[in-house]
Design a protein. Structure first.
Length: 296
């Protein structure tokens, strides 16, 4: 079968060569080569037509794109499917339609590890430590986190029935929960040791700069600020610039980039962004915490 597949791909190249476009490489014994794009499309069509396994067009295109990105040897390059892009957008906005819980796999059970305030889950009484055992009448004891997340979320206004096991309670507890739009803040702020302000930024999502700015108001009496960026994976460039603008004086360089000019391999383009506003807390001592997971 492998030899047959190889022959089919070579035959595909030969057929393109007969069309008279360009030159086929000498290794094929033709003396004429053809555009790489036609080689690829010919191989794709032969796989669709003749391979013993039936593939959808979208599956082969996704695999081809993944191979292309892998060939770059760039850990930051990626291609999203529509579903993956939806998750990315959700992670970077904190907005989604659901019930307002964070779930994790603990001891082979999907367990609630956070209940966000003023969300449907908070209103019906779900608590941290509850183990999800049933969703919409289906046993969920062996589910993964992804399976539970996909089943629990849904259109705003619809109801999802959930049963949980709770420590100290003999029977599972049933909760009919009406889904709503949920926003999970990426920023938390508090006072520590009476004189220090603490701001944790989980990621640079949409609205994070405004949330940090609001935190300054809450911590106005603090003598110093601890900005915790540990395990922060980064996020939106524009939001990052707006956040940095809060800390640096007008005119200071916030960030700069060097990129290749499209279609001109030997020419680069530099771009930089400067702070436009006065620093918001220039009179306070600032400590920034980072670790090896802090990025962007």
């Amino acid at each position: 079968m492998f030899r047959r597949a190889c022959l089919l791909l070579i035959t595909s190249l030969a057929l393109f060569a007969e069309s008279g476009e360009g030159q086929v490489p000498d290794t094929l014994g033709r003396g004429r080569a053809i555009p790489e794009s036609q080689v690829f499309l010919g191989a794709l069509q032969n796989i669709l037509n003749y391979h013993q396994t039936t593939f959808s067009d979208s599956t082969l295109w996704e695999e081809a794109l993944e191979g292309l990105i892998e060939g770059l040897d760039d850990p930051y390059a990626t291609v999203f499917t529509p579903e993956e892009f939806g998750v990315f957008e959700e992670d970077n906005t904190g907005d989604y339609a659901g019930i307002g819980v964070q779930i994790t796999q603990l001891n082979d059970r999907v367990t609630i590890t956070a209940v966000f305030r003023k969300t449907p889950a908070d209103e019906v009484g779900l608590v941290v430590g509850d183990q999800i055992v049933e969703v919409k009448g289906v046993d969920a004891r062996a589910w993964t986190v992804d399976m539970a997340r996909d089943s629990i979320r849904g259109p705003v206004g619809t109801v999802v029935d959930i049963k949980v096991e709770r420590s100290g309670v003999g029977e599972p507890l049933a909760f009919p929960i009406r889904r709503n739009q949920v926003h999970v803040s990426a920023v938390t702020a508090s006072m520590v040791h009476d004189s220090l302000g603490y701001i944790l930024v989980d990621q640079v999502s949409r609205g994070s700069a405004a949330e940090v700015d609001s935190a300054f108001g809450v911590l106005s009496d603090a003598k110093g600020i601890i900005l915790d960026l540990r395990r922060n994976p980064g996020g939106y460039l524009n939001e990052s610039l707006s956040m940095a603008d809060l800390f640096l004086d007008r005119g200071k360089t916030l960030a700069s980039t060097v990129s290749r000019s499209p279609g001109q391999p030997n020419k680069t383009v530099e771009e930089s962004w400067a702070a436009r506003l006065p620093a918001r807390i220039s009179e306070k001592t600032l400590v920034v915490l980072v670790d090896r997971y802090t990025a962007s």
